[in-house]
Structures are given as structure tokens and as C-alpha cells.
Write a protein that binds this ligand. Structure first.
Ligand SMILES: *[C@@H]1O[C@H](CO)[C@@H](O)[C@H](O)[C@H]1NC(C)=O
Ligand SMILES: *[C@@H]1O[C@H](CO)[C@@H](O)[C@H](O)[C@H]1NC(C)=O
Ligand SMILES: *[C@@H]1O[C@H](CO)[C@@H](O)[C@H](O)[C@H]1NC(C)=O
Ligand SMILES: *[C@@H]1O[C@H](CO)[C@@H](O)[C@H](O)[C@H]1NC(C)=O
Ligand SMILES: *[C@@H]1O[C@H](CO)[C@@H](O)[C@H](O)[C@H]1NC(C)=O
Length: 528
């Protein structure tokens, strides 16, 4: 633009416009707008014209230095700006897909909203203007998703549905100065909720009865959610907080700030959130009127946030107390799992009843095992000696303690009946038909079944498959406690094996060793 009457004009050069190139498809009609007037507060076309400025267009080809048809003589002021025009070849773009509308269509996309289930007629935007310029009657074609959908001047939607949304292109074909020209425009069609539904805005949160509990000297954030429905023709809407009737900007207190976001956009009906952040909350802030408000062209709603001072708990002390309890519980849990056998033994030694006072039995333990087996050695040298010498039990081993001359059957039954526990040392051949061990086992199981103050305990010296146990043993095994010898690990008296065995054996507080078995056996023998 230039204006008259200065001898040495300066032309203020804005360089190339920052808003990017205008792209037009080869063979298409396009428009260039002078970007000097895109900020009317700087350059206003009407006022520029009224002060005698003229507008000139000129073209500067790539690689050419100067093409300035304007003579600056007797002009007082001048400004210029350059706009880049890109002409796209037909094969550079796939037309009408809507993927790159700006590379295809020279003019801005228009926006159309159509409510669901309602009808609407779309007109191709600049058809009227072009009709006046055209030398023939223009023809219009409509495209959607790269397909031609209609050849009418307008496009009719009878019943709006979700898949109808998207970009539509209308191509006006007309003739000017004997040349056939195409002019393409795009329309963005979006569906919105039907207008029958109320579009008056509302506050969803805080509800009427909601009370925010706040703590002084800390950061407080109050969340407000509003439903801002889309209103055809006027989509302006907002959600905001006020403090004593002033917006956060008007308040200009740096302890208060507000952050807005769109939570959900359901076909134009938006749920928006506004968070009021108060730093370093003070006691007097409790008396402030904090309101959340929503507005669109159909209505307004406001609600005051109710605040309440939070009763502060002695959280540190509480936390510590809870922590201590937790640690103690964990400790007890670990102690119990690692030392449960020891605990059981200690408990028994304090509270368990000594069976010697309540029955008239003579032996604590009767050991039953397969004779001439690997286990015999274990029974005679390990099991017996520890039970008798270390743990103070009276042990009866038939082969050692019975005296020659008696009937084996009678004596066995009698010994078992007078024992408190029957220890059965299982081995592969244990309890074979007709063996003495089978007799002992039967006596033990019978005695247990008849409530004769006798309990049978299984000791597995070496793992034996259950299928190979004698029938009597298999039947009774569920009711019986089993203690497993674990090789060298079990040799030590503090090992799991001995502890478990002691739990199954009668309570014994003081250890003493009196081989009672033999003397009573003698006595019995004499009697019989
Ligand atoms: C103009 O548009 C029509 C479709 O309406 C198309 O067939 C034709 O190739 C276009 N012409 C140019 C020069 O782009
Ligand atoms: C341009 O200026 C005129 C008069 O100074 C004013 O009436 C008009 O609104 C302005 N235009 C714009 C787009 O600001
Ligand atoms: C420029 O000034 C000369 C005289 O100085 C005058 O003859 C001429 O008409 C003027 N041109 C314009 C465009 O105002
Ligand atoms: C079309 O409109 C929808 C909804 O307003 C918007 O999300 C989308 O970005 C628009 N598409 C284009 C290409 O303008
Ligand atoms: C704040 O909201 C209450 C209703 O909760 C209303 O009565 C009051 O007028 C509102 N105050 C302002 C400043 O809008």
C-alpha cells in the first residue's frame, strides 16, 4: 500500500507472511488475501482506503529479484508483505479423501453441525458469487471420502447419523473468459445431540451437599465439573471460579490459580472441569465466597463451594503406632513359622498334663519295626538310646525286653496295651504276613480305636511308597502322625525330627532314665 506526497518514500517490508503458503491444486481456482489486513488493529483496509492508500498486487517469481511495478515517487508511506502460493500437481494429492484438506482446498473449511435424526440441506458456500461471474450455468459435484455423492447444487441430509460425519467437498465447475475452471470448497460436517435435550448448562460437581474439607497452611484444590451443552448458532460457553465475586484474574492474588480442561466431549455436549488451586490456605480463606459458575448462550448456573476445616489427626503418632504394631505382628508371624515346634514344646511343658498321673501304663513308648532290616540298626542304636538316655522315656523293645518262655502273641499284646505310644518304623517289608510287626501294628490300631490311651506314631526312616504299605497301615494312615527321618540332618537332638517326635510323645518335664520296661516285664512274666 502506498499513500501520496513524499519525495523519498520508504517501503516497510514485512517479509514473507508467517501464516504459511497457500496451496492450490493445478487447474483449480484459488484466492489470495492480503495478509497486511489480517491484523486490523495494525492495518485496517477501510481506514487505509480512506486515507488515500492504494493496494497493489505484484508477483515475484522464484529466482527473480525484482518485479516492482509501483513507482514510489510522491508517496508518503508504503508497506508490503509477501505471500507464497504453491501450485500442486494433480498427481501430488489424492483428492477428496479429507486427509489433507488444506493441501487441496484454497479456502478455509466451513463447519456445519447437524443434530442426530434431524435433516439439513447443505449449500455449496460460494455458489452465488460464482454464478454471477460465470459465463455459463455452473455445475456442482459433491464428494465424500473420495466418492462422488451427488451432482446437485445442494446436498441433503434427511436423517443425520454418526457415519455421515466428516469432510464434504463441493466442486463448482464454471466458465470464465472462455476457460473451464474448477473451484473446490470443503465443509466439515459434525453430528450433535438432538435439540430436544435441554442445552441449559449445569454444575455436576460439587453437588449441593458436598463439603470440601480443607487443611490450613497447605495446598487446597477444589474441583468443579460442569456440563456445557452445544448450542447451535452460538457455541460460546465457559466454566470458571470466582472468589468473593471476582474471577481469578480480577483477584490477582498469586495464591489463587485456576486450571481448566475438557473431560469429555460427547457430540458437542462437553463436560468441562475447572480446578481452583489455593496455595498456603489460610483460616480467613474459609470465609471467602468461592463460587463455581457455568454459562452458555442459553443459561447460567453458579454454586458456592462449602468448606470445612479438617480435624487434624496426630498422624505422625498414629502412623508410628501402626508401624510398630505391624512390625510386631510380622515378627510374631516369623517367630511362629520358624519356631512353632519349639513354641509347642514350651507350651506343652508348661500346660500339658503328665499322662503318668492319669493312666496306669508302664511304658511310654513301644517300638515296632521290621526285624532283620536296615531299620533295626536305627531302632536299636539311635531311636532307643536317644529316647531312653537323652529324653528320659521308658522304651519297650520286645526282642530286648521280653523274656524267653512266654507266648509271643500274648506278650506282644500285653506290652502294647501297657504302652502310651506305639512307634511304628516303616520300612519296605514292614508288617509282612505273619510277622510280629503286623501283630504289634494291629494291637496298636485296635488299642487306638478302642480308646485305650494309646496312640500310634509313624516314623519314616527312608521314603517308602504308600502303595507298598500293608493294608492295615494304609487304612489308618490318615489318623496317624508321621515323622520323617532326614538323614544326617536329623542326627542332632535339636533337629526337626526330634522336636516333632517329642511333640507326639507324652509330656516329660525332667529327664531321667529308668529302664522300667525290663523290671515290669519280669514282673509280668512271673505273674503269668
Ligand atoms: C474439475 O472437476 C471435475 C469433476 O467435477 C474433474 O473431472 C475435472 O478433471 C476437474 N478439472 C480440473 C482442471 O481439475
Ligand atoms: C477499521 O476501521 C474502521 C474505522 O476506523 C472501523 O469502523 C472498522 O471497524 C475497522 N475494521 C476492523 C476490522 O477493525
Ligand atoms: C507526482 O507529482 C508530480 C509533480 O511533482 C505530479 O505531476 C504527478 O501527477 C504526481 N503523481 C501522482 C500519482 O500523484
Ligand atoms: C471437523 O469437526 C470436528 C468437530 O468439531 C473436529 O473435531 C475436526 O477436527 C474437524 N475436522 C476438520 C478437518 O476441520
Ligand atoms: C455463589 O453461589 C450461591 C449459591 O450457591 C449464590 O447464592 C451466590 O449469589 C453466588 N455468589 C456469587 C458472587 O455469584
Amino acid at each position: 500500500t502506498t499513500s501520496p506526497s513524499t519525495p523519498h518514500p520508504m517501503c516497510y517490508d514485512w517479509g514473507e507472511s508467517s501464516s504459511g503458503a497457500v496451496s492450490v491444486l493445478e487447474g483449480e481456482v484459488g484466492w489470495l488475501f492480503c495478509h497486511l489486513f489480517s491484523h486490523p488493529s495494525v492495518y485496517n483496509y477501510t481506514s487505509a482506503q480512506s486515507t488515500g492508500h492504494n493496494l497493489f498486487w505484484y508477483r515475484l517469481l522464484d529466482g527473480h529479484e525484482v518485479e516492482q511495478p509501483i513507482t514510489y515517487r510522491n508517496k508518503s508511506s508504503c508497506s508490503k508483505i509477501a505471500m507464497r502460493l504453491k501450485v500442486l500437481k494433480q498427481d501430488q494429492v489424492v483428492p477428496f479423501t479429507g486427509c489433507e484438506p488444506h493441501s487441496l482446498v484454497a479456502v478455509a473449511t466451513t463447519q456445519e453441525f447437524i443434530p442426530f435424526q434431524e435433516g439439513k440441506k447443505l449449500n455449496c458456500p460460494d455458489l452465488k458469487d460464482i454464478t454471477t461471474m460465470s459465463e455459463t450455468t455452473p455445475t456442482v459435484s459433491w464428494f465424500h471420502k473420495a466418492l462422488e455423492t451427488s451432482r446437485d447444487n445442494s446436498l441433503m441430509f434427511y436423517n443425520m447419523k454418526e457415519p455421515f460425519q466428516g469432510l464434504y467437498f463441493c466442486v463448482i465447475r464454471y466458465q470464465r473468459r472462455g476457460q473451464v475452471l474448477n473451484f473446490t470448497q470443503s465443509i466439515n460436517v459434525s453430528a450433535i445431540y438432538p435439540l430436544m435435550v435441554s442445552k441449559v448448562p449445569s454444575i455436576l460437581q460439587p453437588t449441593k451437599d458436598k463439603v470440601f474439607s480443607v487443611r490450613t497452611d497447605s495446598e487446597v484444590s477444589l474441583v468443579c465439573r460442569g456440563l456445557l451443552s452445544f448450542v447451535l448458532g452460538n457455541s460460546a460457553s465457559s466454566i470458571w471460579w470466582t472468589v468473593d465475586g471476582k474471577t481469578v484474574e480480577q483477584l490477582a492474588n498469586n495464591r489463587f490459580s485456576q486450571k481448566n480442561s475438557v473431560v469429555n466431549n460427547d457430540y458437542g455436549d462437553r463436560t468441562e472441569e475447572s480446578v481452583l488451586l489455593i496455595q498456603d490456605f489460610q483460616a480467613e480463606d474459609l470465609n471467602r465466597e468461592l463460587n463455581c459458575s457455568v454459562r452458555n448462550s442459553l443459561g447460567f448456573m453458579t454454586r458456592r463451594a462449602q468448606l470445612e476445616k479438617e480435624v487434624s489427626l496426630p498422624s505422625v503418632e498414629l502412623g508410628c503406632g501402626l508401624g510398630v504394631i505391624l512390625v510386631l505382628m510380622l515378627l510374631l508371624f516369623v517367630v511362629y513359622h520358624v519356631f512353632w515346634l519349639e513354641l509347642l514344646l514350651i507350651y506343652r511343658s508348661w500346660f500339658g498334663t503328665d499322662e503318668r498321673h492319669t493312666d496306669d501304663k508302664e511304658y511310654d513308648v513301644y517300638i515296632s519295626y521290621a526285624r532283620n532290616s536296615e531299620e533295626e540298626q536305627f531302632v536299636l542304636s539311635t531311636l532307643r538310646s536317644v529316647l531312653e538316655n537323652e529324653l528320659g522315656y521308658s522304651v519297650c523293645i520286645f526282642d530286648r525286653d521280653s523274656l524267653p518262655g512266654g507266648t509271643i502273641t500274648d506278650e506282644t499284646l500285653s506290652f502294647v496295651a501297657r504302652s502310651r505310644r506305639l512307634l511304628v518304623v516303616i520300612s519296605p517289608g514292614y508288617g509282612s504276613q505273619g510277622s510280629q510287626a503286623l501283630l504289634e501294628l494291629k494291637a496298636g490300631i485296635d488299642g487306638m480305636a478302642l480308646g485305650g490311651h494309646l496312640r500310634v506314631i509313624l516314623i519314616q526312616y527312608k521314603p517308602v511308597q504308600r502303595q507298598r504299605w500293608v493294608r492295615e497301615l494304609r487304612r489308618a494312615r490318615v489318623a496317624l502322625a508321621t515323622v520323617q527321618w532326614q538323614g544326617n540332618k536329623s542326627k542332632d537332638l535339636t533337629s526337626q525330627f526330634w522336636k516333632r517326635l517329642r511333640v507326639e510323645l507324652p509330656v516329660r518335664r525332667v529327664s531321667y532314665s529308668v529302664p522300667l520296661c525290663r523290671s515290669t516285664a519280669e514282673h509280668l512274666y512271673l505273674q503269668s
